[in-house]
Design a protein around this ligand. Structure first.
Ligand code: CO8
Length: 242
């Protein structure tokens, strides 16, 4: 992104418009909104996959955040999805066949934290499914506004894995230990009313690091392979505790 703008000698503002007009983004829609064009608006736009967070989408999200952060006109950033889905989680088809070694060596999905590192306030406007990584993405934002149709959940257990982007940590702080454990251990979802609880703000580095290692370790199990394969093959998983 930097190179793109630098080679064209663009200012941040021009860079943004150039990217926008040039359709550089495949998985997100990006524009500046508000009377003063001071709201950076990012819409996840992968409708056929319910905004599943594939590598490409997350890369573009980081790029858009970089552009808005560097843009002096922008005061706050909004991340949203569609009525049907904020995001249905990390892309299961993309990670289905990863090995433990690969996850560990590449520190799989480590860069997802970018959203929580934004220097400008980030608001998640959530409707529809906010599941797994989608729920975690929403919780990385500073404020969550949830619509009537919002459904939050951490269904990783149904895939033979665990939350890997802060779910075990941020959810606990957002809805309390009891409900968080219930959600993580059953995969059950909650709606906006249930989720309306106290705010959270933590650094969470240690907890997140520990969680990431355990998340990676699930890729060494047969149950993760079975859970994700079953999802892709549209059948119920048959877990063997392996
Ligand atoms: N990944 C890939 N594709 C997906 C995903 C996903 N997470 N969710 C939905 N899709 C796809 C489906 O495969 C389907 O595509 P196709 O038509 O090509 O088969 C399309 O989106 C529509 O989905 P459905 O037909 O299943 O739609 P339904 O309305 O019947 O169901 C659900 C909607 C309930 C949302 C269902 O799609 C579902 O259960 N999705 C999976 C939800 C899930 O398990 N999310 C967690 C993923 S794991 C995760 O996020 C781990 C995060 C770890 C982060 C670590 C960071 C360091």
């Amino acid at each position: 992104l930097d190179n793109f703008c630098k080679t064209k000698f663009l200012t941040d503002h021009q860079c943004w418009f150039s990217l926008h007009a040039g359709g550089q983004y495949e998985y997100i829609l990006v524009e500046k909104r508000g009377e003063k064009s001071d709201v950076g608006f990012i819409q996840l736009n992968r409708p056929k996959a319910l905004n599943a967070l594939c590598e490409g989408l997350m890369r573009e999200l980081r790029q858009a955040l970089d552009v808005f952060e560097a843009d002096g006109e922008v005061g706050a950033i909004v991340i949203t999805g569609s009525d049907r889905a904020f995001a249905a989680g990390a892309d299961i088809k993309e990670m289905q066949n990863k090995t433990f070694q690969e996850c560990y060596r590449t520190d799989f999905l480590a860069h997802w934290n970018r959203v929580s590192q934004s220097k400008k306030p980030v608001i998640a406007a959530v409707n529809g499914f906010a599941l797994g990584g989608g729920c975690e993405l929403a919780m990385m934002c500073d404020i969550i506004y949830a619509g009537e149709k919002a459904q939050f959940g951490q269904p990783e257990i149904l895939l033979g894995t665990i939350p890997g982007a802060g779910g075990t940590q941020r959810l606990t702080r957002a809805v309390g230990k009891s409900l968080a454990m219930e959600m993580v251990l059953t995969g059950d979802r909650i709606n906006a009313q249930d989720a309306k609880q106290s705010a959270f703000e933590m650094t969470l580095a240690e907890g997140n690091h520990f969680e990431k290692r355990l998340f990676h370790a699930t890729f060494a199990t047969g149950d993760q392979k079975e859970g994700m394969t079953a999802f892709v093959e549209k059948r119920k998983a048959s877990f063997q505790d392996s």
